[in-house]
Design a protein around this ligand. Sequence first.
Ligand code: APR
Length: 231
Amino acid sequence: MEKIVILTGAGISAESGLGTFRDEGGLWAQHRIEDVATPDGFARNPAVVQKFYNARRVQAAQAQPNPAHTALTHLQRNWPGEVIIVTQNVDGLHEAAGSENVIHMHGTLAGALCTTCDHRWVAPPEMSVGEPCPACGGPTARPDVVWFGEMPYFMDLIYDHLANAAIFASIGTSGQVYPAAAFVHEATMSGARTVELNLDPSSGASSFDQVILGPASETVPRWVQKLLRES
Ligand code: APR
């Protein structure tokens, strides 16, 4: 049965109260990417970085999934084929909505990573500078989030899914960050039908067969209902 691959971005969590990055007043209007989302920034001033992710971790832990997240879970449970969610988001709202096998290509706020031994563990709500690694004891823990200039996670797996997707949907992403912004081209090359669901047209909107505009909490449930009705 047809496989659906869904890419999500910050826009799907906006109505759950989590700020996006590039919208007006977004995270990158409040913080310099160089300071909080690069390995150099972490080396330069880890306290600033830990503070930034600690605040996001607390906020994400208090946020609730919205009808867009819930609709994707409903699709996963009722579509006769595979439904793969690839998210750029580091919040846990897809899982909180009951979705399974969510691929976090940019990592997760809930994780900690040791830069000495690569050990991963569940991050405490507040990570401190010099947080010790429970495996090697090194004071070299960082948030397990992919920063600019670093390779996203699970890329081989994601390309495998895109190579045999019948439907590719992109929800709540501005299409400005690669490699995610190029997934529509990968999917199109493998013959997939492509649809973008976004508040405003993304930078890559013209590459999609269909563009559905509006708040995700409204457009995604409608899109899912239509897909299931036609399946
Ligand atoms: N419903 C649907 N779309 C929305 C909503 C909403 N309620 N609110 C905002 N959007 C859309 C915006 O129109 C915008 O196109 O979501 C998009 C958010 O774009 P960005 O802030 O650029 O976030 P994203 O695309 O996820 O960023 C990609 O960049 O900063 C890095 O690693 C970070 O994963 C992130 C990556």
